[in-house]
Design a protein around this ligand. Structure first.
Ligand SMILES: [Cu+2]
Length: 126
């Protein structure tokens, strides 16, 4: 009798372990991108459109950067991000904003007379 009881306990333990593994693998194959905050930013001389974006803290952000005219840069120092923006190419940067606040991003590739003023604002809210 004791033997039988041990076997049943083992079987239950094994199936619980199996179910647990199953749920873990299911959650890891779920597409992460469904919750991402996808934001398109268009660069042109000498501005970013939109010039101000608001995202939520802790939720992954995907920035889709594109240029309307020539080569520009995108630099967001607060989150250690930078990218080149070229016409005809959508540059994607993914990051998780881990702090709230108002941060400035700017063009770091010289693009002409108004280059120094080419910037935008990222707001991260709770
Ligand atoms: Cu520039």
């Amino acid at each position: 009798m004791i033997h039988m009881k041990n076997i049943i306990i083992l079987l239950i333990a094994a199936s619980v372990g199996y179910l647990h593994q199953e749920s873990v693998s299911q959650s890891s194959t779920r597409p992460i991108s469904s919750d991402d905050q996808v934001i398109r930013i268009s660069a042109s001389t000498f501005e970013f459109t939109p010039g101000e974006i608001t995202v939520k803290k802790g939720i992954p952000v995907v920035l889709e950067l594109m240029s309307q005219d020539r080569r520009h840069g995108f630099k967001l120092t607060a989150f250690n991000l930078r990218a080149d923006i070229k016409p005809g190419v959508t540059e994607k940067i993914r990051f998780v904003p881990d702090k709230t606040g108002t941060f400035t991003f700017f063009c770091d590739v010289f693009c002409g007379g108004g280059h120094e003023d080419m910037s935008g604002i990222l707001k991260v809210v709770e």
